[in-house]
Design a protein around this ligand. Structure first.
Ligand code: 5GP
Ligand code: ZN
Length: 115
C-alpha cells in the first residue's frame, strides 16, 4: 500500500530521484537530505506504515528487514566499530516530521548522550 502524498512513497516509486544505498523486498535506505551526522541514513519500509503501533504481527518480517539493512549499512558506512545510533521517531513528542515509518542510522562522530 502506498500513499500518493507521501514523500517516502514517492522516493520508493522513483518519482523523486534518490540514490538507494540498500534495497530488498521489504525496505530501502537513502541518505537523509539534512544530515545531523557524517553518516545519516534513513531505512524505510516500502509499504506505507505511519506508526509502529499500527503494524500487526504479520509485519514482523519487515521490522527484521529494517534491522538487517541497518546492520549491513553500519558495516558498509564504516561505523559498525566506532559506533552508531538507530532512532525511530513516533508522533508529536518525538518530533516525527515524515508520517511514514523510518529508522535513522546516525554515526561518524561522537553522538553524545541522548537528550
Ligand atoms: P523524522 O523527524 O520524521 O524522524 O525524520 C524525517 C527525516 O527525513 C528528517 O531527518 C529529514 O531531513 C528527512 N527528509 C525529509 N524529506 C526528505 C527527502 O525528500 N529526502 C531525504 N533524503 N530525506 C528527507
Ligand atoms: Zn509513505
Amino acid at each position: 500500500m502506498t500513499d500518493e502524498d507521501c514523500i517516502f512513497c514517492k522516493i520508493n516509486a522513483g518519482d523523486i530521484p534518490s540514490e538507494k544505498l540498500f534495497e530488498d523486498d521489504d525496505c530501502f535506505a537513502i541518505r537523509d537530505i539534512a544530515p545531523k551526522a557524517p553518516t545519516h541514513l534513513l531505512v524505510i519500509p516500502k509499504e506505507h506504515f505511519t506508526y509502529l503501533t499500527g503494524m500487526t504481527a504479520g509485519f514482523q518480517p519487515v521490522i527484521g528487514s529494517m534491522y538487517n539493512a541497518a546492520r549491513q549499512l553500519a558495516i558498509s558506512e564504516g561505523v559498525a566499530e566506532p559506533g552508531y545510533r538507530l532512532i525511530v521517531n513516533q508522533r508529536d513528542d518525538s518530533g516525527q516530521e515524515v508520517p511514514h515509518l523510518h529508522m535513522h542510522l546516525l554515526g561518524g562522530r561522537k553522538l553524545g548522550p541522548m537528550g
